[in-house]
Design a protein. Structure first.
Length: 167
């Protein structure tokens, strides 16, 4: 548990060779090794636990009813949340005290603004003007927008936290 909490990446694989280690063992606060690594943001350790400890209980709860997914989501550890979701963590698990789930949505700050712009009502003249312009306009490649759609897609498909790379 200490190795997972502190982020000692070299020690966690060695501990797997110990015959009497219980990966689901809880400390006095009810935390497991996974519950310590995920909210701390140690995604390498989280992935190692998920992939190499077959007895690991992903949805084990502490005495307050929180799971590793809930704890990682509260701390904003998106890469750990993504890894837990890909491993089958229950997104619908409910915190018995606050009655909330760990709803995870990949962040893209520009999305709400772009959606509002796309859904804004347009006048009949503006729609006609756009239609005519689109029929007679040639589209040439141009420089990309900073934090635009292409930047977001590249980030989502190439980062280490990407569900596409993990799969």
């Amino acid at each position: 548990m200490v190795a997972c909490y502190k982020g000692f990446v070299d020690i966690v694989p060695l501990l797997q060779k110990c015959p009497y280690i219980n990966v689901n063992q809880q400390d006095k606060d009810g935390n497991t090794a996974l519950m310590m690594a995920a909210p701390a943001g140690h995604v390498t350790i989280v992935n190692y636990l998920l992939n190499y400890y077959p007895a690991l209980e992903v949805d084990k709860r502490d005495p307050r009813g929180l799971t590793a997914l809930m704890k990682a989501a509260v701390q904003g550890r998106q890469d750990c949340v993504a890894a837990l979701l890909l491993a089958g963590a229950d997104l619908q698990a409910v915190d018995p005290i606050k009655r909330k789930t760990a709803r995870y949505q990949p962040e893209w700050p520009a999305l709400p603004e772009l959606v509002a712009k796309a859904l804004a009502p347009k006048s009949r003249g503006k729609r006609l003007s756009e239609k005519i312009r689109s029929m007679f306009t040639f589209s040439f490649p141009r420089d990309h927008e900073e934090d635009g759609v292409m930047d977001h897609m590249v980030r989502m498909t190439t980062s280490l936290a990407s569900p596409f790379v993990a799969t």
